[in-house]
Design a protein around this ligand. Sequence first.
Ligand code: ADP
Length: 286
Amino acid sequence: MQEKIKLMGDQSTIEKVQPVSGGDINQAYYVQTANHQYFVKTNQDVPADFFQIEADGLDRIRNTETIAVPAVYHVDHDAADQEMTLIMEWIDGRPTKQTGNWLGEQLAAMHTTDVGTQYGLDQRTYVGALTQNNHWYDNWVDYYRDKRLRPQMDLAITNGRMTGIRQARLEQLLVNLERFIPAKPRVSLLHGDLWGGNWLTGAHGQPYLIDPSVLYGDHLFEIAFTELFSGFPAHFYQSYQTSFPLEDYYEDVKPLYQLFYLLVHLNLFGEAYGSSVDRLLAHYSV
Ligand code: ADP
């Protein structure tokens, strides 16, 4: 670690290393030198490009100059022991009255940045530890069905978590998906995994996005996931809507956009998410 930090241009010695809890994939540490504080993640059990893909996603968000993300100082993969290391800016701060407003305003600014006309992405990403294959599409509903819902359905079938009426209803829903999901919504850069644990507060109450799984698509897909679990204050939604109002069909598509994340949770964490999936599928099969 000391050598990696020296290579980054920080010649001071490490004074403190403390494990950081909260993540479920990587080992995470707070590292302090005389000059600087760092957030360091390591992992030996994920594909070799895992941290590079994370850094690429952070770059795409940073390049919109709309919302803060931690600076990435160093990414490597040690072929000898397979260990990967990601060294980033340490983010630390307390929310102020403005934090939720800024998060809403700045996320809306990211979502309204002009980013071309195609949906999807030209490289794979990861959702949790699951691989998310991507491709460019001219049509959002095709991307959402073929690269999002269907692969999660297939994985659940392989894992024995998708059988009988659950499988029949989901297959039927995929056939009818274009009735519910817009074909050509505005194209937005999306964080792609925006639950309450993937934004942090930095100095002066500034919100930061972390751990992205980026794609280009319908902003309602992102907002629907923020509502699936808690973690976003009411004024986040108010300020978001002031800058980028949600389309009036939002409530109709919300469950179908949450379905992707529920299937991911079914695949990652098991049958605890099965009843939510079933309720949703029952609703759309009538
Ligand atoms: P994982 O990728 O394993 O899910 P995370 O990287 O999301 O783990 O984070 C593990 C913990 O570290 C979480 O509590 C998160 O809030 C915190 N964290 C993530 N990034 C930073 C950062 N740049 N600075 C400070 N804390 C961070």
